[in-house]
Design a protein around this ligand. Structure first.
Ligand code: GS8
Length: 218
């Protein structure tokens, strides 16, 4: 039975899962959820994710939410196909992948997410972006990126000399961030820029990017 992904291709967290499914060559059906019509707050959706958020993955008898947990599940379940995203043959490399996926979620995401929300999310709701929030988070993001710059000067990817879930998890928010006016925060750091250019040239990520059109008509 084909996997069902409830979400939207423009949504960052859905795109994280779609990227993983493409890397793993796994077929899936994208079931659109109308956020504007509050389809994510309908009882039938809340039965799948009580927090009423996309994405949700249904695979036979199991229903999962939280994009990073879903990518781990997909990478583990389909470890024999497509790109090995979790380094399942090396205990040490697998542990490093976990470290850097945590770094994305605990250090990078808290800084970049408010910037994306202020820049793209607020105007859609007719609200004015708060520049003070953007500035404070840019400062936080730069500090995280200084660590990345040093790390990426010694290894090609975040967890080591191999592409993994740790790199993939950065894709959706960074993709939208590069459409803001602060992209130089990435491109002025040569090793971070080389890493970003490398991962965005991957066919799986190019394919996901085609659907990430949020904010294009603003
Ligand atoms: C966040 C999901 C989320 O914020 C994850 O899956 O990683 N930590 C979760 N989803 C947003 C869409 S942006 O991709 C969402 O569903 N927003 C609607 C709402 O919160 O009502």
């Amino acid at each position: 039975m084909v996997l069902k992904l409830h979400g939207l291709s423009v949504s960052t967290n859905t795109a994280r899962v779609v990227a993983c499914l493409h890397e793993k060559d796994v077929d899936f059906e994208l079931v659109p959820v109308d956020l504007f019509a509050r389809g994510n707050k309908e009882p039938s959706f809340l039965a799948k994710n009580p927090f009423g958020q996309i994405p949700v993955l249904e695979d036979g008898g199991i229903t999962l939410f939280e994009s990073r947990a879903i990518t781990s599940y997909v990478a583990e379940k389909f470890k024999e196909t497509g790109t090995d995203l979790i380094r399942h043959e090396s205990f040490d490399e697998a542990a490093l992948v976990k470290v850097w996926t945590e770094v994305e979620s605990q250090q990078y995401h808290p800084a970049i997410c408010p910037i994306i929300y202020e820049f793209f999310g607020k105007p859609v709701q007719g609200l004015e972006p708060d520049q003070a929030v953007i500035d404070a988070n840019l400062e936080k993001l730069e500090k995280v990126l200084n660590v990345y710059e040093a790390k990426l000067s010694s290894t090609k990817y975040l967890a080591g000399d191999f592409y993994s879930l740790a790199d993939l998890h950065h894709f959706p928010y960074t993709f939208y961030f590069m459409k803001t006016t602060w992209g130089s925060v990435i491109s002025d750091r040569p090793h971070v820029k080389a890493w970003w250019d490398d991962i965005t040239s991957r066919p799986a990520l190019k394919k996901v990017a085609e659907g990430m059109t949020f904010g294009e008509n603003q």
